[in-house]
Design a protein around this ligand. Structure first.
Ligand SMILES: Nc1ncnc2c1ncn2[C@@H]1O[C@H](COP(=O)(O)OP(=O)(O)OP(=O)(O)O)[C@@H](O)[C@H]1O
Length: 247
């Protein structure tokens, strides 16, 4: 099957004062990939995905999504185009039900795009919410206050909030952090299911998860791409071993 570029960055950079957190990154992501972004602490991983999602403006460079320049689009407009960045547990309302949390995320994304006061399609919001809850296995907990869920399930609510946006690209930032081993195993299955309909880019520190899940891996180091390849290629790369894997 021919590969189709979904996301492309050219010369993408972000400075914080004198620090180049992301430094001239030329990156390409094909539709249907599960791409892991790895690298040492402070390598620029979160800054890079934040640039893609529109949460941080670039200092230089460009971002194209589905062939169109989105560099200057605000985050909510990118959501509408299909770029979703998972929410953090901090943005979950503990006293609201799981359903309402996901529905609110969907509603706010649609409302920002439609403009204040625009009528929203309730059936669409409900439909997207239920699909996201089914996918994440949270449907049975839809009515439960989100704050009463176990930590691992709250992390799934974050993923459901991202999925509710019906993304073409779902960006997950350290999704397995704090999960137990059985929860991680379930999560790997969930990402594979998500990847049937969306492209996934995840920042992940757990190397077992990365090697199991990723179709390709991008290694960032000091704001630059140090290496890129399949899990086998990355495992065998001497520069990566030296800079990151500590061997
Ligand atoms: N808002 C900010 N203001 C100033 N410096 C920042 C800001 N955000 C990130 N940085 C710096 O940019 C560099 C890259 O940070 P970033 O969080 O992108 O790295 P990371 O690879 O995601 O790290 P980690 O694995 O620890 O999460 C770090 O040196 C960080 O301190």
């Amino acid at each position: 099957m021919a590969t189709v570029t979904l996301l492309e960055t050219n010369g993408l950079s972000r400075r914080f004062g004198g620090l180049k957190a992301v430094d001239g990154v030329d990156f390409r992501l094909d539709r249907g990939e599960i791409r892991a972004v790895i690298g040492p602490n402070g390598a620029g991983k979160t800054t890079f995905v934040s640039l893609v999602a529109g949460r941080v403006p670039p200092s230089e460079g460009s971002i194209r999504f589905e062939g169109e320049d989105v560099t200057r689009l605000p985050a909510h407009a990118r959501v509408r185009r299909g770029i979703a960045y998972t929410f953090q547990i901090t943005s979950i309302f503990g006293n609201l039900s799981v359903f309402d949390n996901v529905a609110l995320a969907v509603q706010s994304a649609l409302a920002k795009e439609a403009g204040f006061g625009a009528r929203l399609d309730e059936a669409e919001i409900r439909g997207r919410t239920m699909t996201a809850l089914d996918l994440t296995g949270l449907a049975a907990r839809a009515d439960q206050p989100a704050g009463t869920l176990a930590y691992g399930h709250q992390r799934l609510v974050e993923v459901a909030m991202g999925l509710g946006l019906a993304p073409k690209l779902l960006i997950l930032d350290e999704p397995t952090q704090g999960l137990s081993d059985p929860e991680i195993a379930d999560f790997i299955g969930l990402v594979r299911t998500i990847a049937e309909t969306a492209t996934v880019m995840l920042i992940e520190h757990n190397m077992a998860v990365v090697m199991d899940l990723a179709t390709r891996i991008t290694v960032l180091d000091r704001g630059r791409i140090l290496a890129e390849g399949t899990p086998a290629e990355i495992r065998a790369d001497a520069r990566v071993q030296h800079a990151y894997l500590g061997t």
